[in-house]
Design a protein around this ligand. Structure first.
Ligand SMILES: *Cc1c(COP(=O)(O)O)cnc(C)c1O
Length: 470
């Protein structure tokens, strides 16, 4: 007899009581499609000689397929990589104040471009421009999708078909294909490189100024540092030179912070206020790097230049939505209270977390991780680690941290790959890093309030390891 005649019908499987909850949660269409896919695969397998699976096995496979399919792709993860502002993991986590503001703006209509005093049409930048001016000392401000967009819009508005003078040592590439020369040419501006990779002097800039010059630009080196025989021109000197020739001086700060992080024990990173005070006419920086807010590109500076930028039709194409503005407003408001900044802005809190605090957490969680890995030929220890800030901020600085080193017993390095895979297969995946022949889990970004959730996630590790073993 043809074994395929024994294959259950779609309807019979759909009525299985084990699938009722899934049908309820995701609807008939999704579960039916998964059943059809499975039956097609089973028919092919049986024709090729495989045994016909029992109904119960088919139902289980449908359940697993639907559950896997319906998981959100944008899954929350535990960032134990040791890189705080991890671009691939979404950079800065938002403070609770910003999350609440974002939810409120998402749920209901809000006065996005509506002037509540006059009842007339408003400008969406008004949500944050006063705060940005207060925090940077600038005259005016505007917001776009990210810092790459801010730089692009600035160049396209002020330097189309004209020349932009930049030091050779600042022609950087940021991960994810942001290259200063490429952005420049796409914006329609002509790059004029001056100086050498390691040394650029004021006279290099002065000699490059022509009637076709549009602006002098400084790009914060972000993700690398040049040491040794180096020279860069001070911002105030560049500003003075530019102004003598009636040219604007602009700075792409990259990370850009609104407060001197040295006050919180971190290395100094140039602030937007310092750039404005040094004479910059426009400054751009990211919302989701050291600032600790949502993805956004912030432009602050001279009123007339910001007005020009806002009139560029591309501003409309690069503008931010209400969710971003809601979150950004809430984060900027936290900067008005520097005393509590390191407690309230999540990214700053993570960056300033004392090593002793992280080490104590590691000691508390060690038995949980050891139990989860008890069946594998590995050792698990609490070790001192070095975290990175990430996103090109303060590239050479490291923050003393603590966490776990999982090392293979003997020379079975493959076991680490397996554990990494198991950790990624958890309902809330755990992302670590491989280094020194060990799998390292840096606990800097694990909040005290997440400890129980993390412990519960680890309890699922043995099952995840079995699932991923095939
Ligand atoms: C990160 C960075 C950018 C890009 O910023 P995004 O917000 O990621 O678009 C541009 N310039 C510099 C100097 C940077 O560090």
């Amino acid at each position: 007899m043809n074994p395929l005649s024994q294959l259950p019908s779609v309807d019979r499987l759909l009525c299985a009581p084990e699938l009722a909850a899934l049908v309820d949660a995701h609807g008939h269409a999704v579960v039916t499609a998964a059943i059809r896919d499975l039956l097609a695969a089973v028919r092919t397998a049986v024709r090729e000689g495989a045994a016909l699976p029992a109904d119960a096995a088919l139902v289980a496979r449908v359940g697993a397929a639907v559950t896997a399919q319906m998981q959100p792709r944008l899954r929350p993860v535990f960032n134990l990589t040791g890189t705080v502002l991890h671009t691939n993991l979404g950079r800065a986590p938002l403070p609770e104040e910003a999350v609440q503001a974002l939810i409120a703006a998402a749920r209901s209509p809000c006065a996005l471009e509506y002037d509540l005093e006059t009842g007339g049409r408003g400008d969406r930048d008004h949500v944050v421009d006063d705060l940005l001016c207060e925090l940077t000392g600038a005259e005016a401000a505007t917001v776009v999708n990210n810092n790459a967009a801010a730089v692009f819009l600035l160049l396209n508005t002020l330097a189309q078909k004209k020349q932009v003078i930049v030091s050779r040592g600042e022609l950087i590439e940021i991960g994810g294909a942001f290259r200063v020369p490429d952005i420049m040419s796409r914006a329609g501006a002509k790059l004029v490189e001056v100086g050498t990779t390691n040394r650029t002097h004021l006279k290099d800039f002065a000699e490059a100024i022509t009637p076709r010059s549009a602006l002098l630009m400084k790009v914060h080196a972000s993700n690398y540092a040049i040491h040794g025989f180096t020279h860069a021109v001070a911002e105030s000197e560049l500003a003075e030179l530019a102004h003598r020739h009636q040219l604007p001086f602009v700075i792409d700060l990259g990370s850009g912070t609104l407060t001197d992080l040295a006050a919180y024990g971190l290395p100094h990173e140039p602030t937007a206020a310092e750039a404005i005070a040094a004479g910059a006419d426009l400054v751009t920086f990211s919302g989701d790097k050291l600032l600790g807010g949502p993805q956004a590109g912030l432009l602050v500076g001279r009123r007339d230049l910001i007005a020009k930028i806002k009139k560029n039709p591309l501003k409309r194409a690069l503008r931010v939505g209400k969710l971003t503005l809601a979150a950004l407003e809430a984060v900027l408001a936290l900067y008005r209270d520097p005393d509590r900044l390191h407690l309230r802005v999540t990214a700053v809190r993570q960056l300033t977390r004392p090593q002793a605090d992280i080490a104590a957490q590691a000691a508390r969680l060690l038995p949980v991780l050891q139990a989860a890995l008890a069946a594998l030929p590995v050792t698990v220890d609490v070790v001192a680690l070095m975290s990175q800030i990430g996103s090109g901020s303060l590239p050479v600085e490291r923050l003393p941290s603590s966490g776990f080193a999982i090392r293979p017993q003997g020379r079975k390095g493959g076991v680490l790959k397996r554990i990494e895979q198991g950790l990624r297969a958890l309902a809330k995946p755990v992302i670590g890093r491989i280094g020194d022949g060990a799998l390292l889990l840096d606990l800097r970004c694990l909040a005290a309030g997440e400890e129980n959730e993390f412990g519960a996630a680890l309890a699922g590790l043995p099952a995840a390891l079995r699932r991923t073993a095939v």
